[in-house]
Ligand binder design. Structure first.
Ligand SMILES: Cc1cc2nc3c(=O)[nH]c(=O)nc-3n(C[C@H](O)[C@H](O)[C@H](O)COP(=O)(O)OP(=O)(O)OC[C@H]3O[C@@H](n4cnc5c(N)ncnc54)[C@H](O)[C@@H]3O)c2cc1C
Length: 389
């Protein structure tokens, strides 16, 4: 197999190639052996957190003064491609723990908040979650209904419900988005950085069985008079909408890069399988119609990666616009979904079984089209920018 055709290595300078190879070696040694088992058992693997922390991945994109490694956006993209190629649960965990929680905290938190939580998050001693989505407020974040009502003695009491919260059932700390005044619309939304183990919060697993990311924890969080102290606001009163949008816009790069990883893994599996499987007296890969599908997957993989790396470079240069990450997420996740679909088809009935990896890739990739802004929402962002001129 000519892995050079689909790995990023040939397009990278020496340092970045070495970086990608280090993360790849970690993922293959520490994550791959468990990836299928945790999916089938539908079990979050706590040791994974320890392994990710020890490898420096949980702190990767954070600045060194916060215990991180100071990764560039391109390093972040390369890391998430490698994680995504091997284990969607590990990549999804990092996207929330580091991408949404620790990075929002580093960006919007005050000194006391950072001192209290960043170290434990980076070392994997504390788990974080980002509690934004509600049953009645998904894409329409500004319509969220969880209310933070002021207490006469100071602080607030939160009431309402969140769902689909990754790590929600196991988190020690949470960024909770609630409105301090619904009449203010998005200007009432406030982010709070709170410990989870308090009266007034009931956590339960999501009803039903998730399509993918089955080794992850997804929970409903029901708040009834959940106490929040006056100094637990993150980023300013009424500034929560900006915190949420800032966190999600930053996080979309890692989702797009994770999709490149899924795409690459689907292509690699399809190439390997079609080379070995014989029908009509020859390997499937000898049939032109099969080759045509593989060729399309290779070309779209490089197109996705180019968009992701372009966005990373522009982020590093400070020239990124909302269009850059929206295009990268939209294109890379949709292309990865098509790649996983083609890979299942090329495996025939074997692609329909967890004994082969493509079935899990197919299930996992659907979520990347949905979370951190669906594909339609990315199109809405781009369409608005084009229409507004
Ligand atoms: C595996 C997984 C993990 C998640 N983790 C988290 C988490 O950690 N924290 C968190 O807060 N949330 C999380 N979510 C929730 C996720 O962010 C939301 O599901 C997502 O934002 C979409 O919201 P919704 O499901 O309510 O869909 P809706 O907003 O109801 O959308 C339904 C459909 O309508 C379309 N649509 C909506 N509005 C428009 C529009 N204006 N124009 C065109 N089409 C539109 C959407 O594209 C979609 O196809 C997770 C979801 C999944 C699947």
């Amino acid at each position: 197999m000519n892995r050079d055709l689909w790995l990023p290595d040939g397009d990278l300078d020496g340092d970045h190639r070495e970086f990608a190879r280090t993360i790849r070696a970690f993922a293959e040694a520490k994550l791959l052996p468990h990836a299928r088992a945790i999916d089938e058992a539908r079990q979050f693997r706590r040791e994974m957190v320890h392994d990710l922390a020890t490898a420096g991945i949980l702190g990767g994109p954070l600045p060194p003064e916060h215990g991180g490694r100071g990764w560039s956006p391109l390093q972040l993209a390369l890391a998430h491609e490698e994680l995504g190629a091997v284990c969607g649960n590990a990549r999804g965990f990092c996207a929330v723990q580091t991408g949404l929680v620790a990075q929002c905290l580093a960006r919007y938190g005050d000194d006391a908040q950072r001192r209290r939580w960043l170290g434990p998050l980076v070392r994997g001693e504390a788990i974080g979650c980002f509690a934004l989505t509600e049953p009645e407020a998904g894409s329409d974040v500004a319509g969220l209904g969880t209310a933070a009502t002021p207490r006469p003695a100071g602080g607030w009491l939160a009431s309402g419900q969140k769902w689909w919260i990754t790590n929600g059932g196991i988190a020690d700390v949470m960024i909770l988005f609630a409105t301090v005044d619904r009449a203010l619309g998005k200007n009432g939304i406030t982010a709070f950085l709170v410990e989870t183990r308090r009266e007034g919060l009931v956590r339960a697993p999501m009803p039903g069985v998730e399509l993918g990311h089955r080794g992850s924890d997804h929970a409903t969080l029901t708040f009834t008079g959940f106490p929040i102290a006056a100094d637990e606001v993150l980023g300013g009163l009424g500034k929560g909408f900006g915190v949420a949008m800032g966190g999600l816009a930053a996080g979309r790069l890692s989702v797009a890069a994770g999709a490149v990883g899924i795409h690459r893994a689907a292509l690699a599996a399809a190439v390997e399988f079609t080379a070995a499987r014989q029908q009509f007296g020859q390997p499937l890969a000898r049939f032109q119609m099969v080759q045509e599908r593989l060729a399309d997957l290779l070309a779209s993989l490089h197109a996705s990666r180019a968009l992701v790396h372009r966005c990373a470079r522009r982020r590093a240069a400070g020239t990124e616009t909302h269009a850059d990450v929206a295009m990268a997420k939209l294109f890379a996740t949709e292309a990865a979904a098509q790649a996983a679909d083609a890979a299942v088809m090329l495996h025939g009935a074997r692609g329909y079984s967890s004994a082969f990896p493509v079935e899990r890739l197919w299930r996992d990739v659907q979520a990347l089209r949905i979370y951190e802004g669906t594909s339609m929402i990315q199109k809405a962002i781009l369409g608005r920018m084009l229409a507004d001129g």
